[in-house]
Design a protein around this ligand. Structure first.
Ligand code: DCP
Ligand code: MG
Length: 987
């Protein structure tokens, strides 16, 4: 049994592994009191056979000088110390690390780590093996003797640089001579350490490093392209305006019609298949059908026998990484990645993209090349082709943009597309269109893509997973819950490692598990907001709108490779360079910043000084420091000086830095009317205009003929129709629900009846109820009871009293059988919270009536410039005369506001505030008028904008919320925004 074999030490790699680790730990603990220097820090030895000095003496030397003594040879043992070994033993050993004991003695004597090569017992190295050249001339070394030491090691930094430079040269040499599977051009230009003007751009100290880094960094290219396409979609939309899409006409003759009158919502998610590989294969058609990976590594033996820095310790690093991923970040995927991929001499180059043939062998995007080669030794690697990615990505976006610009760019090879409007206009079959589009993309790019379709973004993305590779799939709403049930939680949007861990700890692994538990339970685990989202998502409900015009929120420049400083000046020079880089990115997007953040990666205390990944960052602690400027800036000197100050504040020795990033956020737009209240300005302007034409004041005509604009007179609150009365009247009226329903279609119907009827229908829609935030839902349900009771009772009475007349009005009334409520749901809440709320309501009302709070209104915008309505009553002059929405010019102001490109939050809040005042004053008619007019303005906007839809919904929700809070019921509006993209968006 495996358990017996490993003596219960399975998780420690078996008994012997556990024993070896224990010995190491004991050695380290015992060394501490004797330590005099860290000369051998990060270096471990194993003594094989008789040596001079003896094994015991060597052990003591290691103790005193910070090294590690291995009682057994381990994969991460740096050197094997021996005098003479039998041939048969040597044949099975890695001879490149067998050295004479004299090396230890000499190092101690010279007080520095010497080149071990002269001490090698066997010198038959392979060409691809590391041949570390420690050989700088004594003169050179002495000339640099003032160089700061790295982490108390005796080797000077200059020496180290020399060593590294040599390693780089060796690496390049090895790469050129290696017999690898690599099919790229021999003069590989993908290495980040490629020579610049004949000199190796070694570390961030080199002035040429930064540009070289960005030229080669795949993550930089991906991020730049992704942000670029978000901007590109914005620009295309703005340039296109309301023009028709010429290419749509062609579709009609090419594709079949949809069956019936299909009004369903269709969102498409489209994603290129193994993007980087597909683009790369355009130049290597002979490799199609083979396992291929795009990576910086040359593959072949140079990926399984990589040079390792003598001071790197993969084993230690592996353990540290794995612990951090697992314990701190709950990221098992990355922990497994290091555990299985950090083997000695295996390439730590990442695979950016691999073909589906490689995936069939277990290889995945992001895997280390060394590990991938173990799974599939015949794996071929091809180099990056950043220009090709750009070209294909543009072709993809341009192809889709011929048909619609309702595109949410996700990345260079991925987007969401709202197809509903186009399909309805053309009456096309959705999957026929998707097939046509995919074919067109392939024809233009030579690369395959897959597409998923669903009624929202989540389902569309899920459908793409089914479709891949080179396919398409429609995930219907009916199949959604079932499909989702089998999905693991980490596939849901916004569910990261932390949340997955929490849910897993609670025994929840799949969306199916989640579907079975109550929302209250989820709320306890995750908090209200996350719980509500995940509760919907696990059922395939996704209320996120597509965002077409994405604004950049920040720009940044980060480097986490090659950061090896020895002096503060080097670090400062680099920070200046990086500041200039991020500044140029800021200028590119024509913005200014108010918030500067410096992010640094600092070598973790327990991490080896040198990293397993050559020039990588290794195990680090992250720090960040920010400064908020008084004024937005795009001045490079300001940015640079702030960055330098932030770095000083971090108080980190330069040699401990492993990564540096600068982020500029709180971006401003030149010409943007910042946080200034647009509405306020417009009202002031208009009131000025009106002062010039005083006669218009009392006879302000409605801006829109179809809207019946009540004169801004000031009838007493009591005389205005109260919705509670409306509701009561409605339920007391001698009309059934059906009557009310039929009235909704007649033009003569009063707002009161319509309100009541549509309220009935909207409030009892279980889907809408399910989408409401829990607290609002409870309130709605609580209120609903009163109305329902009267309606049900009335309907019953009606049906028995008036069966003859009602028979004429078939169909019979539809009672709310769809309601998910129990009888107890209809009882008024008796909870303490409800009673407190009730008391607050009463207080608020009486306060509002008593005070009319003029000072709040003034605080909010200084409306005293506006003229009071001509008929305002003297007893409520303050609030009523100051409320924006009771002014004669409110329509013009609203119209001007809606003409602006997007609503500012401050303005939306202002309108909310004004409407809440109207509620306090019982001006419900005015609220209806305002909302109707507002809604029509938004609908008639030339450029449809979901931001305005969202603003409208937010204001409407605020009204409902406040109504429920103060009066216990809501208002129902005749007009509504019906936008497929965002109508379900919750506020
Ligand atoms: N961490 C990442 C993520 C992505 N990419 C690059 C390589 C991918 O080819 C491309 C697109 O990313 P995808 O996640 O879409 O992956 P692929 O297109 O390679 O595969 P799939 O067919 O699964 O979409 O972006 C990368 O280099 N590193
Ligand atoms: Mg892809």
């Amino acid at each position: 049994m495996a358990h017996d074999e490993d003596n219960g030490f399975a998780e420690w790699g078996g008994y012997f592994e556990a024993k070896k680790s224990k010995l190491e730990e004991q050695f380290a603990a015992a060394s501490d009191p004797f330590r005099k220097s860290n000369l051998f820090a990060g270096i471990s030895i194993f003594v094989n056979g008789l040596t001079n000095p003896s094994a015991d003496e060597l052990k003591r030397i290691m103790m005193v000088h910070g090294g590690t003594y291995h009682h057994y040879e381990r994969p991460h043992t740096t050197f094997i110390i021996a005098s003479n070994l039998p041939d048969v033993k040597v044949r099975n050993m890695d001879t490149s690390k067998i050295i004479a004991a004299q090396w230890v003695v000499d190092c101690v004597q010279k007080e520095r780590v010497l080149d071990y090569k002269p001490y090698l017992l066997y010198t038959n190295q392979k060409t691809t093996q590391p041949r570390l050249n420690f050989g700088k001339s004594k003169k050179e070394k002495e000339a640099n003797s003032s160089t700061v030491t790295i982490c108390e090691q005796v080797a000077t930094t200059t020496q180290l640089e020399g060593q590294l430079g040599s390693i780089l040269k060796e690496l390049q040499q090895a790469a050129l001579t290696a017999t690898s599977n690599d099919v790229s051009k021999p003069a590989d230009n993908t290495s980040i350490n490629a020579t610049v003007n004949g000199n190796a751009a070694r570390t961030a100290v080199d002035p040429a490093f930064l540009s070289e880094f960005y030229k080669k960094s795949r993550l930089h290219h991906i991020a730049t392209l992704g942000a670029g396409f978000k901007q590109y979609v914005c620009e295309l939309r703005q340039a296109h305006g309301n023009k028709p899409f010429g290419k749509r006409a062609e579709l009609k003759s090419l594709l079949p019609d949809s069956l019936g009158n299909d009004t369903a919502r269709y969102v498409m998610h489209i994603d290129m298949d193994c993007f980087f590989v597909s683009v790369g294969l355009r130049n290597h058609p002979e490799l199609r059908g083979l396992p291929i990976a795009v990576t910086h590594s040359k593959g072949g033996s140079s990926a399984t026998d990589v040079p390792v820095h003598p001071q790197a310790n993969r084993q230690v690093e592996l353990e540290l990484f794995a612990q951090r991923f697992e314990q701190h970040q709950h990221d098992n995927i990355r922990a497994d990645k290091v555990r299985t991929g950090f083997e000695e001499k295996m390439s730590l180059s990442e695979i950016a993209s691999c073909s589906y043939e490689a995936r069939a062998k277990g290889i995945r995007n992001g895997m280390f090349v060394g590990q991938a080669l173990k799974l599939c030794p015949e794996l071929k690697t091809i180099p990056y082709d950043f220009e090709g990615y750009r070209e294909v990505a543009f072709a993809l976006y341009d192809t889709v943009a011929q048909y619609t610009l309702n595109i949410e760019a996700v990345s260079c090879d991925e987007m969401f597309v709202e197809l509903t409007d186009m399909l309805q206009e053309l009456q096309l079959d959705v999957m026929a269109f998707v097939g046509h589009l995919r074919q067109e993309v392939r024809g233009k790019t030579g690369c395959p893509c897959s597409a998923g379709v669903g009624s929202n973004k989540l389902l569309a993305r899920m459908a793409t997973k089914v479709a891949k590779p080179d396919g398409q799939h429609l995930l219907t709403t009916n199949d959604a819950a079932e499909y989702m049930a089998a999905t693991t939680l980490d596939a849901l949007p916004g569910v990261g490692h932390g949340m997955t861990y929490k849910l897993n700890q609670a025994g929840l692994r799949t969306c199916g598990d989640l579907q079975k538990i109550a929302i209250e339970q989820l709320e306890t685990l995750l908090g209200k907001k996350s719980a509500q989202t995940i509760y919907q998502n696990c059922r395939g409900i996704d209320l996120r709108p597509l965002v077409y015009e994405q604004q950049r929120k920040s720009v940044s420049a980060e480097v986490n490779y090659g950061i090896r400083f020895t002096k503060a000046e080097e670090c400062e020079t680099f920070l200046r360079q990086l500041s200039a880089e991020v500044h140029s990115r800021l200028l590119e997007i024509k913005r200014k910043t108010k918030h500067i953040t410096l992010k640094i990666m600092v070598r973790a205390a327990e991490a080896p000084v040198e990293t397993s990944k050559f020039m990588g960052h290794g195990v680090c602690d992250n720090q960040s420091k920010s400064v908020v400027l008084k004024q937005s800036t795009d001045d490079v000197n300001t940015i640079t000086s702030q960055v330098l100050i932030l770095m000083r504040q971090c108080e980190v020795p330069p040699n401990e830095l492993r990564g540096i990033g600068i982020q500029l956020s709180k971006l401003d737009e030149p010409g943007e009317e910042k946080k200034e209240n647009v509405i306020k300005k417009m009202f002031v302007k208009m009131s000025e205009k009106q002062r010039e034409k005083p006669t218009l004041l009392s006879t302000a005509a409605p801006a829109e003929p179809s809207t019946k604009m009540p004169a801004p007179e000031n009838p007493k609150a009591k005389s205005r129709p109260n919705v509670l009365d409306m509701l009561k009247n409605a339920s007391n009226k001698k009309s059934t629900v059906l009557e009310a329903k039929s009235q909704i279609e007649t033009k003569t119907e009063t707002p009161t009846t319509k309100a009541t009827t549509s309220m009935f229908h909207s409030q009892f829609d279980p889907e809408i109820l399910a989408q409401l935030p829990e607290d609002i839902r409870r309130e709605v349900l609580a209120h609903k009871e009163e109305y329902l009771r009267s309606e049900v009772g009335h309907a019953k009475r009606k049906s028995s009293d008036n069966s003859a007349s009602s028979a004429k009005r078939a169909p019979p009334p539809i009672l709310p059988i769809c309601s998910p409520l129990n009888a107890s749901d209809f009882l008024p809440s008796t909870s303490r919270a409800a009673l407190v709320k009730q008391q607050e309501r009463v207080q608020r009302k009486s306060y509002a009536h008593a005070n009319n709070t003029p000072q709040i209104v003034l605080d909010c915008g200084g409306w005293n410039e506006l003229e009071a309505p001509s008929k305002s009553a003297p007893d409520c002059v303050s609030a009523e005369s100051n409320n924006l929405l009771l002014q004669s010019n409110y329509k013009d102001a609203l119209a001007s506001w809606v003409e602006t490109e997007e609503p500012l939050t401050t303005d939306v809040k202002l309108i909310e505030f004004q409407i809440c005042e109207l509620i306090e004053m019982n001006h419900f008619d005015q609220i209806y008028e305002v909302m109707k007019y507002f809604c029509r303005l938004i609908k008639s906007k030339r450029r449809e904008s979901c931001l305005w839809h969202i603003a409208y919904n937010r204001i409407e929700n605020k009204i409902q919320h406040r109504m429920l809070e103060t009066l216990g019921y809501g208002l129902s509006f005749r007009e509504a925004i019906n936008c497929a993209n965002c109508s379900a968006y919750p506020q």
